[in-house]
Design a binder for this molecule. Structure first.
Ligand SMILES: Nc1ncnc2c1ncn2[C@@H]1O[C@H](COP(=O)(O)OP(=O)(O)OP(=O)(O)O)[C@@H](O)[C@H]1O
Ligand SMILES: [Mg+2]
Length: 776
């Protein structure tokens, strides 16, 4: 047996060794699905399958790169080079470039990003004179996106009475028209949006049997990772391409399907059996990633979902520490706690930043975490959110570059035609758009033909438009002779972009110049890297394609050691030794917008399952009592998902100092202590076991945390609460943390409690001043 096959268990080896036929591997998190795909590709190549005949589709390009690297170590770098591996979008963008002319597109078509698409839609809504409060451009965009992913073209839309009716009911009777305009304008601009990359591929494969045959013959072996999150459009592409040879291997986990909101269709997994002949089904059950506590806790969560395939996940790994659950007062405290805890773990276990990830439900939550990490000088990287390529100054440079490649690109042109200011005002641009619509041409073509059409613009404006056009054309000539880096430098200077920012002189302006420099460096690296690859030249067009399809994870150069901050959605397929899942609160996670139906709630629960199963060694869950949301401080309740985890896997930590987290070394309370001992929080022998999950009743109290005697003048209130203080009651003290009452003595103002504190040992406190809070 080849050596690498020994790195698989029997269950994993079976699908690897089955060379031909259709197969599906459904298995839980961390069981080696991605590993099976990787090794399967290597095995196919060993069995003599030409690397040109293998297509592997992954969730991120980063995942594809990592798989390729691993394969290269097994079969050799030169063999691995020819493999087609990447996301659906990047693979099919490549194919569309080859075949663009068949669809009436130029091969240098632009790829519109979400912002370009949304701007175009906003502009169409305005041009049509519609109310922008009813036709919200973001909503319209996501409607159009979902039509496209269900392969509903404009024509199909108008033929579908149900859809038309639904939009009319939603007071958007002109949705179809907007859709029509949007499609026309993209076409005229020589642009495809993200969804087009799939939709047009389907169109290509459906309309041109010879093209379909070509790619069917080329991709004799197809592999798909994260199959549970494919949408209908992706599903159809895979089915069409694999139809002839039926050598297809898909892997996935229904419990990790988390993109339904973007059209992912779980039925693709469920129906796989029906779509191919003799489908072999494989199951993997052993998790290699996580500790027993994490695996079992995750199982106990997903158990609560009704809609699921039956699966077993177990691990031979150590039990490991319990999952720490921590309540903080505010999101600021939460950030500080996470930063301190990361710091402590680093010190205690000698770990670099790259071992830690902080996962959240929404991007907005990153700010508090970032602040705290910065204060502690811990390096981090945020994935998602506003990426580098979405910054204004970067988009400005890129817009010029896009125009050089494709001057029809309307969104790029509108962005820079008057930036830096060159006296071409909004009215002129509006006139250009009207003329472009009228003549069914692009704006750039209208500018090229100003002499032949009467636009009612003055001669000064006309000259300025022509100067702009000539500048772009001169760049195009330059592009024939220079690589992308040289050209970009010329663009940054000659357009006046750099000059404009220098004039500005503010710190923000300087930061922007630095960003542009960073972009130029990136282009230079890209050019040098590409030149080493046989069929790539480092051209501007190649660079732009790379940028357009870079997913958020692709910014990761992997060469520096940083804590990863990202939404759970983005964390799919990844793994980290230490994972902090923050904001475990009702209305936030599960999201307040996803609690209307059982299926929405179940998707949130799957999301939690994904989050928890990213952790290898230790997971932390944190929630706050109040949090800033939409600019207001709102009360928060612990997430139901915490309660859903089986008791035995959790350990409740409670912070000290009036709920404000203090670093665990705190000499004024504990004297000089070995913090590693503190961290583990093993109950002192004989001390009451406090590290348990509160029961229903206790949780209810926890949420309301009533002060026992926060006001000494209010005798009756104090007394009322005092009555609950009997030996055995679990309490919390602002300074000493968690403890359990051993004895009560005295009456009235002199009432005292002897308390065994988890960390501070036994203390006798005068209740009048103690400000105890009852926990259980
Ligand atoms: N047979 C094995 N021996 C040792 N380690 C393994 C084995 N199989 C998988 N692993 C390791 O376990 C971890 C999880 O594997 P992998 O990422 O392939 O799982 P997965 O099923 O794709 O997970 P997810 O559902 O999160 O995508 C990886 O670090 C992988 O290298
Ligand atoms: Mg995987």
């Amino acid at each position: 047996m080849e050596e690498y096959l020994a790195e698989l268990n029997d269950a994993q080896r079976a699908p690897v060794l089955q060379v031909d036929g259709a197969m599906i591997v459904i298995a839980g998190a961390g069981s080696g699905k991605t590993r099976v795909l990787t090794y399967r590709i290597a095995y196919l190549m060993h069995k003599g399958v030409d690397s040109f005949n293998i297509l592997s589709l992954t969730f991120t390009n980063k995942a594809a790169r990592e798989m390729k690297k691993r394969i290269a170590t097994i079969v050799g770098a030169s063999e691995a080079k020819n493999l087609w591996m990447g996301t659906f979008h990047s693979i099919f963008a490549k194919i569309l470039r080859f075949e663009a002319d068949k669809l009436g597109y130029p091969s240098n078509f632009t790829i519109y990003d979400t912002q370009d698409s949304q701007r175009l839609i906003a502009s169409i809504i305005k041009e049509m004179g519609l109310d922008k409060d009813i036709y919200k451009y973001k909503q319209v965009y996501s409607r159009i996106s979902s039509y496209k992913n269900s392969l509903i073209t404009v024509k199909a839309y108008f033929q579908n009475a149900e859809l038309v009716e639904a939009d009319a009911m939603a007071k958007r009777p002109r949705m179809g028209e907007i859709y029509q305009h949007y499609v026309d304008r993209c076409f005229k601009a020589g642009a495809m949006d993200f969804d087009d990359l799939l939709l047009k591929t389907n169109e290509l494969l459906n309309r041109f049997p010879e093209v379909l045959a070509k790619y069917q013959n080329r991709f004799r072996y197809i592999l798909v990772d994260e199959y549970q999150d494919t949408n209908h459009s992706q599903y159809l592409i895979v089915r069409a391409l694999s139809d002839k040879f039926q050598n297809i291997c898909v892997v996935g986990d229904d419990a990790q399907s988390i993109y339904a909101f973007r059209g992912a269709n779980i039925n693709n997994i469920l129906n796989f059996q029906k779509d191919y002949d003799n489908v072999q089904q494989y199951r993997l059950e052993q998790n290699y990633r996580s500790t027993k506590n994490i695996v079992e806790a995750a199982n106990s969560i997903i158990d609560k979902n009704k809609t699921k395939l039956d699966k077993v996940v177990w691990t031979a790994n150590d039990p490991g520490p319990k999952i720490f659950v921590n309540r903080l007062l505010t999101d600021g405290d939460e950030g500080r706690y996470v930063a301190s805890s990361i710091f402590e773990n680093q010190m205690q276990h000698q770990l670099g930043n790259g071992n830690f990830a902080v996962l959240y439900r929404t991007n907005a939550q990153s700010r508090a975490i970032e602040d705290a990490l910065r204060k502690r000088d811990i390096k981090y990287r945020i994935y998602g959110g506003l990426s580098f390529y979405q910054r204004k100054e970067i988009k400005d440079v890129l817009a010029y570059l896009r125009l050089i490649i494709n001057p029809k690109d309307e969104e790029a042109l509108k962005r820079v035609i008057n930036y830096p200011a060159r006296g071409i005002g909004g009215t002129t641009v509006d006139k250009l758009i009207v003329a472009a619509n009228h003549y069914d041409r692009s704006i750039f073509e209208v500018i090229e033909n100003l002499d032949r059409i009467n636009l009612k613009i003055n001669s000064g404006t006309k000259t300025r438009l022509e100067n702009f056009m000539n500048m772009i054309k001169s760049f195009q000539i330059e592009n024939q002779n220079s690589d992308a880096f040289v050209l970009s430098e010329i663009v940054a200077k000659k357009t006046g972009l750099l000059q404009e920012l220098k004039k500005d002189g503010t710190p923000e302006g300087i930061a922007r110049i630095e960003n542009i420099e960073e972009l130029l460096n990136g282009i230079r690296d890209f050019v040098e890297g590409q030149k080493e690859v046989a069929d790539e030249t480092g051209s501007l067009a190649e660079f732009l394609e790379d940028v357009a399809l870079a997913t958020d994870l692709d910014q990761d150069t992997g060469d520096d050691d940083r804590v990863a901050l990202m939404t759970i959605h983005l964390a799919k397929g990844l793994e980290f030794p230490y994972v902090y899942i923050v904001g475990m609160e009702e209305d936030l996670f599960p999201s307040g917008m996803s609690m209307n139906t059982r299926s929405e709630l179940e998707e949130e629960r799957r999301l939690f399952y994904v989050a928890l199963t990213r952790a290898e060694t230790q997971a932390y869950l944190t929630y706050t009592q109040s949090r800033y949301r939409w600019g207001k401080l709102v009360d928060a309740e612990p997430s139901r998902f915490i309660e859903e985890i089986d008791d035995q896997y959790l350990e409740y930590i409670t912070p000290v100092e009036g709920y404000r987290y203090k670093p665990l070394i705190d000499s004024d309370i504990f004297g000089e202590v070995d913090k590693s001992k503190l961290r583990l929080k093993k109950p002192v022998s004989g001390a009451p076991p406090l590290a348990h999950k509160p029961n229903e009743e206790q949780l209810r109290k926890l949420r309301k945390l009533r002060p026992v005697s926060d006001n000494t003048t209010n005798e009756s209130k104090t007394n009322l609460f005092d009555e609950e203080l009997i030996p055995g009651t679990a309490v919390e003290h602002m300074r000493f943390g968690l403890g359990k009452i051993i004895k009560i003595e005295g009456v009235g103002q002199d009432k005292k409690a002897e308390i065994h504190f988890e960390k501070g040992g036994i203390k006798k406190l005068l209740l009048r001043f103690a400000k105890l809070k009852i926990i259980g």
